[in-house]
Design a protein around this ligand. Structure first.
Ligand SMILES: Cc1cc2nc3c(=O)[nH]c(=O)nc-3n(C[C@H](O)[C@H](O)[C@H](O)COP(=O)(O)O)c2cc1C
Length: 217
């Protein structure tokens, strides 16, 4: 018989670092860049993986993991299929949230804001930089739609591979592209001992500057 593990008894003391509003950067996007670099250097697996939460027009939430592909002064960029469930929910409601968890550094970052479809030329340049099979996959997969079986997907992939054979450049599908999450709030969380974690919330002000507040854990 399989040994049962008590989830309630799993416990870990966090003690890798500390933060305060005084020591974090004035701009949360710059602070985020620093933490992302540190997560990569600390060999956090999939450091760019982030949980994207969307909410549909009925107020029902859904979440999934996507990969962060760029952070720029405007916000956080990821790529996907606009006809997917997330794309449809974003079309209904542009308010989204992102969550990063870097376990090796005992850190979490939460982002809340509004999302927009990025410039087609930028998305096309990124699409062209992807491996050829990923480009074919973007054409072949009707993301989030029911499919009868695996063979159907493989047949679609084979069909597009044949269609683009001998063609040096595969065009970006019109329904595939990038979204940029423009933050209104960004929270940095650092695990501390005795569950007295450090939390610093940045709130965007009307003049575009950021106000920092410490939150109770
Ligand atoms: C580590 C990881 C990275 C992923 N990256 C992406 C991504 O960058 N873009 C994407 O569309 N889906 C990505 N996915 C798949 C999504 O989690 C999800 O299954 C898919 O986008 C369909 O979601 P939806 O039906 O809510 O639209 C990733 C999944 C994992 C586990």
């Amino acid at each position: 018989m399989q040994k049962s593990i008590s989830l309630a008894d799993l416990r870990k003391e966090y003690q890798m670092g500390e933060i305060s509003p005084e020591v974090l950067a004035a701009d949360p996007l710059l602070q985020f860049q620093t933490w992302m670099t540190q997560a990569i250097e600390a060999e956090q697996p999939e450091p760019t993986a982030m949980f994207l939460a969307t909410v549909n027009s009925q107020g029902l939430p859904s979440g999934r993991v996507v990969l962060l592909k760029e952070v720029n002064p405007q916000g956080f960029v990821f790529y996907t299929n606009a006809q997917s469930r997330k794309g449809s929910e974003i079309a209904q409601n542009a308010a989204v949230a992102l969550t990063f968890f870097w376990v090796v550094l005992e850190r979490q970052v939460r982002v809340e804001g509004r999302v927009h479809w990025i410039d087609e030329a930028i998305a096309t340049a990124y699409f062209q930089s992807r491996p050829r099979d990923s480009q074919i996959g973007a054409w072949a997969s009707p993301q989030s739609q029911p499919v009868p079986d695996r063979e159907t997907l493989e047949a679609l992939f084979a069909q597009y591979r044949q269609q683009f054979e001998g063609q040096a450049l595969i065009p970006k599908p019109p329904h595939w592209g990038g979204y940029c999450v423009v933050p209104e709030k960004v929270e940095f969380w650092q695990g501390r001992a005795s569950r007295l974690h450090d939390r610093v919330l940045y709130n965007r002000q009307t003049d575009g500057s950021w106000a920092k507040t410490r939150l109770a854990p």
